[in-house]
Design a binder for this molecule. Structure first.
Ligand SMILES: O=C(O)CCC(=O)C(=O)O
Length: 249
């Protein structure tokens, strides 16, 4: 699929899948890299899942995941050539993990469905999330679930709501190394890890328009690693927030 095809899917379905972004060796290397992480700042090792935030700052070896070829072009087409990364989290979801209920991640404002149904109106994107899966995602290994087209609901799901216009969330089943990109207004959910002994490894990258604030915990105490900054390409520096001056600067 071309950049234009992916962009069209984001507008029409609210999500798009990139097959084989990483090959088998690169998947194994990234899983090992995640296994070597130790929690700092707001990271946690939970009973059923582990989260490591802002992993781009852990060392130059994490930088290539900010601008994966083929994916970054779509993020820039969707969010502007000056878009940036607002967060990046490595997850391990262990057996027994219970995923999130149906939700959306960010909606700038509620809008009437009749406006969103008008083919002449195209809702601009503000934030998109990439899920880089590091396992074959089978129905028992907490697939992400999405409701195609639900970014046009114009609102978030109400408590207890489980479908939109009769459509239930659909599991995104894919291969290790595939990447799902979805817009923040899409209704989506996690699901359970029902496997007896497999953990789902996931690298999540959030992209936002330049005016969307970066969420680099621990915020006031956050400091960029000098080794990471020294290794960045110009595009990676911009993705980390080194922008041309603009309004409010
Ligand atoms: O676990 C998943 O696949 C879904 C994650 C999710 O819904 C989120 O981070 O907003």
């Amino acid at each position: 699929m071309s950049t234009a095809d992916h962009l069209r899917a984001l507008h029409e379905q609210g999500f798009t899948l990139f097959p084989s972004v990483l090959d088998t060796r690169a998947v194994a290397a990234l899983r090992e890299r995640i296994d070597r992480l130790r929690p700092i700042h707001w990271d946690y090792l939970g009973l059923l899942d582990d989260h490591f935030k802002c992993v781009f700052n852990r060392g130059p070896e994490w930088l290539p995941y900010l601008d994966l070829p083929g994916v970054i072009e779509v993020a820039e087409a969707a969010l502007g050539a000056d878009c940036h990364v607002i967060g990046q989290t490595a997850w391990r979801s262990r057996p027994g993990f219970i995923g999130a209920d149906l939700h959306l991640d960010h909606l700038v404002m509620e809008l009437p469905e009749r406006l969103l149904d008008d083919p002449a109106f195209q809702l601009p994107m503000q934030i998109c999330t990439a899920h880089l899966y590091l396992d074959d995602i089978t129905p028992d290994l907490c697939p992400t679930r999405v409701i195609p087209g639900s970014h046009r609901a114009g609102r978030r799901p109400r408590p207890g709501e489980t479908h939109w216009r009769g459509r239930e969330p659909e599991a995104v089943l894919c291969r290790a190394g595939d990447l799902l990109l979805f817009r923040s207004e899409l209704w989506h959910a996690g699901s359970r890890n029902l496997s007896p002994n497999r953990s789902r490894y996931l690298l999540q990258i959030h992209y936002g328009r330049r005016m969307v604030a970066q969420k680099f915990s621990p915020y006031l105490a956050f400091q960029f690693s000098p080794a990471v900054l020294a290794a960045c390409t110009p595009r990676q520096r911009r993705l980390l927030g080194d922008h041309e001056p603009a309004e409010y600067d």
